[in-house]
Design a protein around this ligand. Sequence first.
Ligand code: ADP
Ligand code: MG
Length: 478
Amino acid sequence: MEKDYQKVWDKCLAIIKDNLNEALYKTWFLPIEPVGLVNGELILQVPTGFYYEYLESHYIDLLKRTIREILGPQARLSYRILNDTSDPQKPITTQIPSTGSGTSIHNKPREMPFVKQNEGRGPINPFILPGIKKVVVNSQLRESYTLENFVEGECNRLARAAGLAVAEHPGTTAYNPLLLYGGVGLGKTHLANAIGLKTKEYHPDKTVLYVSSEQFMQQYAEAGKNNSTNDFLHFYEMIDVLIVDDIQFWSNRGAKTQEAFFHIFNHLHQRNKQIIITSDKAPSELNGLEPRLISRLKWGLPADLQVPDVETRIAILHEKMRKDGIEMPDDVIELIAYSINTNVRELEGAFISLIAQSSLNHKQITLDLAKKMIEKFVKNSSRDITIDYIQKVVCDYFNLPVDSIQSRTRKREIVQARQLTMYFAKKLTKSSLAAIGMQCGNKDHATVLHACKTVSNLAETDKTFRYYVEDIEKKFSE
Ligand code: ADP
Ligand code: MG
């Protein structure tokens, strides 16, 4: 029985992996070893005290939800620190409160309790009709993404100032909608969150809601299934400051979702409610969205985020050190800032990997260690593979039109192409099963899981099929 902890942890890892990008997963979760399971308390051994602190401050929610999902709502978690000289045998216990509705990680967006009625008592409904007093909306804002720790630089001065103006006077500046655009990892999500938090600070009475485009789309689909589309619309129409992240996600998909959003947009805008949108493209390049929606987005003033210059990159690293309470020599900071010039996410990734490595191997952070790590980091962080790209490669390989993956057909070759797309999306991207399904013809996460199994099984038993899989896989590393 006691050996069950390995199995339990393996199951947890499968979920965690599905919710995290690979580099972070490898850095923070692979070094963990399960060492016991006693009366519903899972004991994890972590390499150092730093790991423990980092997990507690950055991944505790993910760990809690995962362990609860596997072990049930009563589950508890404790840590043992491998190299803790003070008292190695004494585990540190983290309380996982046994209240809550046993949130499932797989379907996180769908089950997010948006609205709590009557101050949290009574049933938690995802949507609510307007006009009911004392509605509390969970803003879904991340507390750590504040405006104070969003470092200012030439690259973001305008966007930051626009954000501040919006937070001071939501709905009544020229920035309505406020469209924040910029490449991956340049701070769109952080800044959008920060504006939301600032708005709440200045206007505690206003209802602020952050939602990703993907989540919005899933909720809309779900509402359709449950005949509650009207509730869905009404819910969004009572928001004062609506933040929708990564709107490019709707490109070439979700025509109905876009229509629903179009109506919500008009409703809010007419009433001087604030709308904040982020996108990885400028409004004029947002092809694939409904033209009338694009025209709405152009109503406000757009603000772009650029790649930070090296001074700003250094300032961002200093801010990270301050926030995490970590010291690093100046020459190392400069080396990282000069070497990683792609975006802030990668900059942070390099910084964190360096800390993890030094902690894991008990080595001081020196220029030498940093150089070695950066070499690896720059090599490994090759371009991100997207699901769209995988669809294209798979369809090209079988000479199928790219949109056939989205079609409802059950033709064998198309079903197979769709399954292969799902399989590679699972293997090569950070997307969740639900997101993969959504992008491959609106399937659910169970279908994706099934597809992955089917492909693995076929590859084992059928030589030709295995050849296809290997041949396609090569295309992704070219
Ligand atoms: P995007 O949404 O544009 O892909 P994010 O907002 O997720 O990018 O930013 C990636 C990471 O970089 C986040 O951890 C964020 O906190 C950090 N970051 C980005 N810009 C800044 C900045 N100006 N100051 C501090 N941290 C930043
Ligand atoms: Mg983002």
